[in-house]
Design a protein around this ligand. Structure first.
Ligand SMILES: C[S@@+](CC[C@H](N)C(=O)[O-])C[C@H]1O[C@@H](n2cnc3c(N)ncnc32)[C@H](O)[C@@H]1O
Length: 295
């Protein structure tokens, strides 16, 4: 399988799907979580599946053409309220968010998400919605601006050194590819044992370009509004900045009566990490809607 769904058993445990219930998969990807949820909501439950990447939607349309239980939309989850209204999707028992991008993006998309490949510096999840690419940031943004992006979205302590080198290098020749950028970073950031020196820069660029933290805050707040009372939201994050937004929104929702179901954050088992190393940084949190106004 191109993308192995992370924390699958735990997602089902916290989402608690039952026959004929409706759910939203806010980050459909290749449908790993949805396919599991479908097993529990037969025969008439439906999944409203949102996926922002138009290429993945095309692939999925072919795969799920005959499946009447999945309603697939090429949409950003920040528009969840609008989509639910347009689709007249109701009695929503839960929403699953599995954040970030999938292995398909790193391995197949050819959009420059991986520093292990040699591809054009693009990094847009949806090239129709987003105009700015990593190439433009690296080659045309001011040094100060690049430093700010690397610090804010990558917590990169070598931000100054990296930006300095970028600005010097691009005067000689434009930096076009992931390989050029990762080699440049390798020349200024010391190599540590586990994580590649380019990891934080690539993460920062991707988060900034796709406005991932802004999408997350809006999507999560609005997801809470569209679910029924007693409904649940399960969310899987992959880095500290995402988890920080989730904790902040959950804190706000608690004031509205929501109950946090995960006292402690849920992490993959050692077995899962061994079988699927991409799961190693995953953290799952879940919340239950309990809104006195809707009773
Ligand atoms: C980690 S993958 C999900 C994998 C999926 N759960 C599976 O099992 O195949 C995250 C997916 O969310 C999509 N995505 C990222 N930001 C999004 C957004 N704002 N709205 C909708 N989809 C988004 C990405 O394109 C990616 O396919």
């Amino acid at each position: 399988m191109m993308h192995k769904p992370v924390l699958l058993k735990e997602v089902i445990e916290y989402l608690h799907p039952k026959p004929n219930e409706n759910f939203i998969d806010a980050t459909f990807g290749l449908g790993g979580h949805s396919l599991e949820i479908l097993k529990y909501i037969k025969p008439n439950g439906k999944i409203l599946a949102l996926e922002w990447d138009p290429c993945l939607v095309e692939i999925n349309k072919k795969r799920f053409m005959k499946n009447k239980q999945i309603i697939l939309k090429n949409e950003n989850f920040k528009n969840i309220k609008k989509i639910v209204k347009e689709e007249k999707f109701s009695q929503i028992k839960g929403v699953i968010f599995d954040l970030g991008i999938s292995n398909w993006h790193y391995k197949v998309s050819q959009r420059g998400f991986s520093f292990q490949k040699n591809e054009f510096l693009d990094m847009r999840i949806n090239p129709f919605d987003i105009k700015i690419t990593a190439f433009e940031i690296i080659n045309y943004f001011s040094k100060e601006n690049i430093v700010e992006i690397l610090k804010k979205y990558g917590e990169e302590k070598y931000a100054n050194q990296i930006a300095d080198k970028i600005v010097k290098q691009r005067k000689i020749k434009k930096i076009q590819t992931t390989k050029e950028l990762s080699e440049l970073i390798l020349s200024v950031v010391p190599r540590k044992k586990k994580i590649h020196p380019a990891t934080k820069t690539f993460m920062a660029l991707r988060i900034y370009i796709n406005q991932e933290l802004e999408n997350l805050e809006k999507g999560l707040k609005d997801a809470y509004e569209v679910i029924e009372n007693g409904g649940r939201i399960v969310i899987i994050t992959f880095h500290g900045l995402e988890d920080k937004v989730v904790k902040k929104v959950f804190k706000e929702l608690k004031k509205k009566g929501a109950k946090v179901l995960t006292k402690n954050v849920v992490r993959p088992s050692r077995k899962e990490i061994l079988e699927n190393p991409s799961s190693r940084s995953a953290k799952l949190r879940a919340i239950l809607k309990d809104d006195p106004k809707e009773k």
